[in-house]
Ligand binder design. Structure first.
Ligand SMILES: *[C@@H]1O[C@H](CO)[C@@H](O)[C@H](O)[C@H]1NC(C)=O
Ligand SMILES: *[C@@H]1O[C@H](CO)[C@@H](O)[C@H](O)[C@H]1NC(C)=O
Ligand SMILES: *[C@@H]1O[C@H](CO)[C@@H](O)[C@H](O)[C@H]1NC(C)=O
Ligand SMILES: *[C@@H]1O[C@H](CO)[C@@H](O)[C@H](O)[C@H]1NC(C)=O
Ligand SMILES: *[C@@H]1O[C@H](CO)[C@@H](O)[C@H](O)[C@H]1NC(C)=O
Ligand SMILES: *[C@@H]1O[C@H](CO)[C@@H](O)[C@H](O)[C@H]1NC(C)=O
Ligand SMILES: *[C@@H]1O[C@H](CO)[C@@H](O)[C@H](O)[C@H]1NC(C)=O
Length: 647
């Protein structure tokens, strides 16, 4: 009884452990999945068997006690004996009223499978689970210093045979790199870089380009992921310097190449850019060979030196949409006021911090820029009249010479990226006045092919300085779309990954919600059973042998006459006869007290209540193996018959 209960508890714990191990496990194989589910159900079934076993043993123990205490109709006795298979005892008032404990125990027995077999496997379900993990994997990053150590003569070849591409092309003083004091100097942006920047600009998207499988490669598989990378690259730092004609003095002091008089409404241009002043000369000298730009005579002192990085001077006018007063002289040409702005952008070495967010189906980047230092930190000297001397940047100590190879190549790489962008910005857009009209923009710049120009008015967007900064950083980040570029490298970083997975989901609360009442009730029944055994002083069970030995009573022979086949239906009269289990009063009181001692007391059997006396604990009643007094005690039989007649 106790062992069965313990086994039941162990099986329930086993089911819990099995389910716990399956919790949030994604099992791809369907058969394996079904197998795990069946293991769980098997455990549930066996625990039902075990708990049921405990309850049945107690039930049977109690059954005999009840039969001893009360006379019940044979009908009810049948039902009590068959309680495990036949639930009709729950509809019988006699069993409910005369054997309430037994009925309750039988009811619990019937309910155990409901909790264990039917409901407990429901604690394990199948559902979407968002797996979150932090892993350290290699993600792409940019490293412009890779250009520093690159030599075009010995390109870096990847294991799959692709050559890493530089962002620029070089000229050199010696193709064979043998002559004394040879050096390479910058020629122009490479075709790969040109392709990437043109694609980025022409995409008109307000985000950088990326490779098709960027999410898979960056997240290390089919995940959603976020991570932050930081790298150093080129960036334009823009600063508004004039917001109207009143700032023109300031502009002149700053050495601006133009002022608001060039811009609408004073001038013709709604956009005007000077972005090439002081640019790196191409060709660098007059006597370069067609092969690698090797100087044919002596090498000029300043060959290839970066003396100045062009500053972007950009002016644009914005339609304020405020109507001009009638008496304004400008009202002859315009309906609304135009506000001219001029800003300046300096090319900086910039620390990018990018929050990548690869979440299907899109990806987003959040870029913060920290401007470190100007790429070439020189300014024009001033002429006597206060204007900048564009031929003479200073200080010379900040020039970047090709002899300083590492710095030079990195600077050249930044310069190349900037050079391509400047190409799109240079030029101007004229705007025809509204009167006499019609008003239309006349374009002398590639900027209209970019997202910096409004698609509604065909004039520059309002927040042009900020847009230009991000426009340029998008172009830089678009290098990620071209992993064969030398500057695209890898970095080991902690990536926050999530993945939606179809997994087992185990709810321990549900499982114990099923098992706790079962374990508790069966434990109470178990304790009750043990108390009953102690109280009875013996254990009981049911079975044919028990029926055989407990029905050796002449009275029963008499009343069951005619029903010996046991076929259905039994005579109603017989079924309604009330029987009880007890000590048959076969012997007279004198005999019970017995000259032959205690071993000779009467035998226990079913009978009608009047011929029985209660079984007393500890009394050794006549057993089968102790055939005591022969049953031919005619005197006893007579007594019984007399009693029967009396009833
Ligand atoms: C603005 O530019 C125009 C033309 O270049 C020039 O004539 C004018 O003096 C400038 N104004 C100031 C305040 O510098
Ligand atoms: C590099 O050499 C080529 C071939 O001579 C020449 O066309 C080009 O202008 C040179 N580049 C520079 C920046 O001097
Ligand atoms: C400027 O904006 C006003 C108000 O929206 C509009 O009426 C006018 O046509 C605009 N000017 C031009 C040149 O588009
Ligand atoms: C990433 O993008 C998704 C969808 O756009 C958003 O729900 C999520 O909050 C973002 N994650 C972070 C860390 O910004
Ligand atoms: C160049 O000019 C800028 C802005 O006027 C200034 O911040 C910077 O220090 C100057 N650089 C040098 C090397 O003087
Ligand atoms: C026009 O520009 C706005 C703002 O830049 C953008 O949201 C919109 O999609 C553009 N329209 C088209 C048709 O490209
Ligand atoms: C990524 O997130 C989106 C939106 O939350 C979701 O629909 C998608 O299934 C997720 N992808 C993966 C691989 O988990």
């Amino acid at each position: 009884m106790f062992t069965a209960w313990m086994i039941g508890v162990f099986l329930a714990v086993g089911q819990h452990l099995l389910y716990s191990s399956l919790h949030h496990q994604a099992i791809e194989d369907e058969t394996a999945k079904i197998r795990e589910v069946l293991y769980g159900r098997a455990l549930a079934y066996f625990s039902k068997v075990a708990f049921g076993g405990t309850v049945i043993i107690v039930y049977r123990q109690r059954l005999w006690k009840t039969l001893r205490q009360r006379a019940l109709s044979i009908w009810s006795i049948d039902q009590l004996f068959l309680a495990t298979e036949d639930p009709t005892l729950f509809f019988n008032w006699e069993t409910i009223l005369k054997a309430p404990i037994l009925t309750v125990i039988a009811l619990i027995l019937w309910l155990i499978p409901l909790a264990t077999i039917i409901f407990s496997p429901g604690a394990l379900t199948f559902g979407d689970f968002i797996e979150v993990s932090n892993v350290t994997i290699n993600v792409p990053t940019l490293d412009f210093s890779a250009e520093s150590t690159n030599d075009w003569r010995t390109p870096l070849v990847l294991p799959d045979g692709t050559k890493k591409r530089s962002v620029m092309f070089y000229n050199t003083t010696d193709v064979k790199s043998e002559a004394d004091g040879w050096f390479d100097y910058y020629d122009q942006p490479s075709l790969d870089l040109t392709r990437v920047s043109i694609m980025s600009v022409y995409s008109l998207e307000s985000h950088s380009l990326n490779r098709q499988d960027a999410r898979q490669t960056s997240c290390g598989g089919n995940f959603n992921c976020t991570y932050t990378t930081s790298f150093v690259g080129p960036g334009y730092k823009c600063e508004m310097v004039a917001n109207g004609p009143e700032d023109n003095e300031k502009l002149r002091d700053m050495g601006a190449p133009f002022n608001t008089s060039a811009l609408v409404p004073e001038g013709k241009d709604v956009y005007y850019a000077q972005v090439d002043i002081g640019d790196y000369k191409s060709p660098q000298a007059g006597n370069l060979s067609a092969q690698g730009g090797v100087p044919l005579g002596s090498i000029p002192d300043d060959l290839g030196i970066f003396k100045y990085e062009p500053v972007l001077w950009i002016g644009y006018s914005i339609n304020s949409t405020e109507k001009l007063p009638e008496d304004s002289p400008l009202a002859e040409s315009w309906t609304a006021r135009y506000d001219p702005h001029i800003f300046r952008c300096i090319h900086y070495e910039t620390r990018y911090t990018v929050n990548w967010n690869y979440t299907e189906p899109f990806y987003t980047t959040e870029v913060t820029r920290e401007y470190l230092s100007p790429i070439v930190d020189t300014n024009f000297t001033k002429l006597e009249n206060g204007l900048p001397n564009v031929q003479n940047p200073a200080p010379e100590s900040n020039f970047v010479s090709p002899h300083d190879v590492a710095l030079y190549k990195k600077t050249a790489a930044y310069h190349a990226v900037g050079q391509l962008m400047r190409k799109f910005l240079s030029g101007r857009i004229e705007l025809e006045p509204e009167f006499p009209g019609p008003s239309y923009p006349r374009v002398f710049s590639q900027i209209t092919q970019t997202r910096l120009v409004s698609n509604v008015t065909s004039t520059p967007v309002e927040d042009l300085p900020a847009q230009l900064e991000s426009f340029y950083s998008d172009a830089v980040l678009s290098l990620f779309s071209s992993p064969q570029m030398l500057v695209v490298s890898e970095e080991s970083i902690v990536v926050n990954r999530t993945r939606v997975q179809s997994t087992f989901v185990y709810d321990a609360g549900k499982l114990w919600g099923c098992y706790a009442p079962v374990i508790l009730l069966t434990f109470i029944i178990l304790v009750f059973g043990m108390w009953t055994i102690w109280n009875d002083g013996t254990t009981w069970t049911v079975g044919f042998s028990r029926v055989m030995v407990t029905t050796r009573n002449q009275t029963l022979d008499d009343i069951s006459r005619g029903a010996c086949l046991g076929n259905n239906p039994m005579p109603l009269e017989l079924m309604n006869t009330k029987l009880q289990f007890g000590v048959l009063n076969e012997y007279s009181d004198i005999e019970v007290l017995g000259i032959n001692g205690l071993s000779e007391v009467g035998h226990c059997a079913f009978g009608v209540a009047s011929e029985l006396s209660p079984i007393i604990k500890g009394v050794p009643y006549a057993g089968l193996n102790r055939k005591a007094r022969p049953r031919s005690n005619s005197e006893g039989r007579t007594i019984i018959r007399k009693k029967e007649k009396a009833e």
